[in-house]
Design a protein around this ligand. Structure first.
Ligand SMILES: [Zn+2]
Length: 76
């Protein structure tokens, strides 16, 4: 059986589809306060008069909840 040249190693996905986890983590988790529950996060937003301006989301990294400005981030 003839030896075949190995194809050059290539990433299976175009670069644009790479998910930069470190950057995402810093943006969506590391720089934010974490709350133990959705209720805590919403209550904090309300106390700051930001209930209408902030979204609450469950963090995929720390499993806590964070607040984010609406329109700033798109969550799933
Ligand atoms: Zn987090």
């Amino acid at each position: 059986m003839a030896k075949r040249k190995r194809p050059k190693e290539r990433s299976p996905l175009p670069r644009a589809l790479f998910f930069d986890e470190a950057a995402d983590r810093a943006r969506s988790c590391g720089s934010k306060d974490a709350y133990p529950s959705e209720q805590h996060a919403r209550a904090t937003a309300a106390m700051n008069g930001m209930a209408d301006a902030l979204n609450v989301y469950r963090c995929r990294y720390c499993e806590f909840w964070h607040l984010t400005r609406r329109r700033e981030e798109y969550i799933d």
